[in-house]
Write a protein that binds this ligand. Sequence first.
Ligand SMILES: Nc1ncnc2c1ncn2[C@@H]1O[C@H](COP(=O)(O)OP(=O)(O)OP(=O)(O)O)[C@@H](O)[C@H]1O
Length: 284
Amino acid sequence: METALRIRQLNKHFASGRHALRNIDLDVRRGEMVALIGASGSGKSTLLRHVAGLVAADGESDSLIEIDGKRVQQRGRIDRDIRRVRAQIGFVFQQFNLVARLPVLVNVLVGSLHRMPWWRSWTRAFTREERTQALEALARVGIADCQAQRASTLSGGQQQRAAIARTLVQGAKVVLADEPIASLDPESSRKVMEILARINREDRCTVIVSLHQVDIAMKYCPRVVALKQGEIVYDGPSSALTAPLLRELYGVQADELLAPPSGEAQAQVHVLPQPALVPLAAAA
Ligand SMILES: Nc1ncnc2c1ncn2[C@@H]1O[C@H](COP(=O)(O)OP(=O)(O)OP(=O)(O)O)[C@@H](O)[C@H]1O
């Protein structure tokens, strides 16, 4: 088994005293597409930020996070070589994180900066080959015709697709998408999720995507990891995650996860067979 992500004993207390992540152990195999679900405040973003090496775990813990066998952080210390590890990780955040005033093509080309000598990255002297590659990535996500526009003029869905194109140019092995569809309409959400599923299938890119809605997770991700108050309460096939099981796991909070952004896929949750409660250990 090629492990794309390994997390051991991850704990995080914020300065406020909030215990945001509790004893997280998680392995994701290369080429998996995994949904991270949970009610608001359950720790999804905090977990992804730890995986990205943007936040350090509790110092006194025996924690470890590795991507593709390379250490992101251990015992609360971000690895010195984190830039090299991050070059393997593509980020797609809710807030798009594109440079608004720059053209879409340049935003996508930023994905290739880690392969360049510093002087070229400073002058943004991209080669013809790099530009062609960026255009191909934009074509794959269906927005090649927007390449010359400023990023700020794109719709939310288009900006998210540009962020995905940037991860393609980067050659990311693992894509971390933190609520990438949270602020999008149903049609844009569908497009973004389909593109993520396609790069997972076609490029064997490991995708870990945090989502609010279970119906979307079930539609696109074979595996679901569910968090509740910083703890993994379910890790298993999305097909086994039924509405009654969610209610059992989350109580009243389940309604937040079952509420559809549109009517689109919600019916799937209800037509599934009665739940076989999957114990955590067996599901992992
Ligand atoms: N920098 C911080 N300082 C203090 N507490 C924080 C910080 N970041 C997150 N938290 C707390 O940690 C908990 C988990 O937050 P997190 O943003 O990871 O949840 P989430 O599942 O991503 O929520 P949402 O779906 O609303 O984005 C919350 O209680 C939040 O208030």
